[in-house]
Design a protein around this ligand. Structure first.
Ligand code: NAP
Length: 314
């Protein structure tokens, strides 16, 4: 009998059983079980596990563990926890997730493009005042990150008529997108942006990357959308840029601490839209099907899916 596959998540995770059931439905020939249900003998037979924010102490109970498949796309904590471990990390790469995120990027880009925060303020003040319309062709949306999510977002933005630029670590060539690469080309990308969209992984290089000197490269009155990770932004620098008018508005879906504590300034700031980490939710059905395909290939051939580069950290 093939060994059971443990599904390991944070203690008390509300959707643990929903995930286990979705994974089981996608892999009827496998047995997907909660880690707690495996005794020492069964744990010793596990060479891989499916995970959602697992506690590394739980992973350590699997002596033969070779790899983990995360059901999330962002795996910075796993990379940190397993930095010096031989256990490989596979993250979720799901075209449905990329499309869902691209839809959010387009939706909130249009929110900024059509000046919705300003008209909402005018309504609150009982002001009937129209502003000039600017066509999307005259606006540049700059994407920080041209990976799975950045590329899908670029396609949607181009189809909506925007000019699109993008930034990555290695040089990319994307039709219709003005591509920038590396730290030295970041100021040029920022200087051309009307709306800056962050879709970077959180790594030692990107942590606090959007600080005061970096934000100062933006055109006065530009806007920011952060759909990646809160710690990429220096919050005090962001607040100062909003207060000075350097930034007109920020749409924030991710924060250093989540849920965003009630006392945090972002909740009340008139130029901030707070979202509760909803820009790119994982679809359990499509994600489970992708995990199932990867597991099936591994069972059949012993080949691991593409693993996270622990040195690069994403
Ligand atoms: P990905 O495919 O790994 O792409 C990452 C992109 O960022 C790549 O283009 C990469 O450059 C670029 N990059 C990384 N480090 C860089 C650096 N130091 N300088 C310049 N560019 C750099 O990742 P993804 O699937 O698009 O996901 C991106 C992030 O979105 C995830 O890590 C996760 O944190 C976040 N996310 C958020 C949500 C949400 O609901 N808010 C949902 C899913 C994911 P190269 O092309 O050169 O490698």
């Amino acid at each position: 009998m093939i060994p059971a596959i443990p599904f390991i998540c944070a203690p008390g995770y509300a959707f643990a059983e929903a995930w286990r059931a979705a994974l089981q439905a996608a892999m009827p020939l496998e047995r997907i079980v909660a880690l707690e249900s495996l005794d020492d003998h069964a744990r010793a037979a596990c060479d891989f596990a499916i995970v959602a924010n697992p506690d590394t102490r739980d992973l350590a109970t699997l002596a033969q563990l070779k790899w983990v498949h995360s059901v999330w796309a962002g795996v910075e904590r796993l990379v940190e926890d397993l930095q010096h471990s031989p256990v490989e990390i596979v993250r979720l790469v799901d075209p449905q997730l990329a499309q869902t995120m691209a839809e959010a990027v387009l939706a909130w880009t249009l929110y900024l493009h059509r000046d919705m925060p300003r008209y909402a303020r005018q309504q609150a003040a009982g002001q009937w005042l129209e502003h000039d319309y600017v066509r999307p062709q005259e606006k540049t949306v700059a994407l920080l990150g041209l990976g799975e999510l950045g590329l899908a977002s670029a396609a949607r933005l181009l189809a909506a008529g925007f000019q699109v630029s993008g930034w990555s670590r290695s040089r990319r060539a994307v039709p219709g997108v003005q591509c920038f690469a590396g730290d030295e080309e970041l100021p040029a990308l920022l200087a051309g942006a009307d709306i800056l969209v962050c879709l970077l992984p959180l790594t030692p290089q990107t942590r606090d990357m959007l600080d005061a000197p970096t934000l100062a490269h933006l055109k006065p009155g530009a806007s920011l959308i952060n759909f990646a990770r809160g710690a990429i932004i220096d919050d005090q620098a962001l607040r100062a840029a909003l207060d000075s008018g350097q930034l007109a508005h920020a749409v924030l879906d991710v924060f250093r601490e989540e849920p965003l504590p009630a006392a945090q300034w972002q909740w009340q700031h008139p130029q901030v839209t707070v979202l509760p980490h909803i820009s790119g939710p994982t679809d359990r059905g499509t994600a489970a099907a992708i995990v199932a395909a990867n597991v099936g290939r591994y069972r059949a051939t012993g080949a691991l899916p593409v693993v996270v580069d622990k040195q690069r950290r994403y």
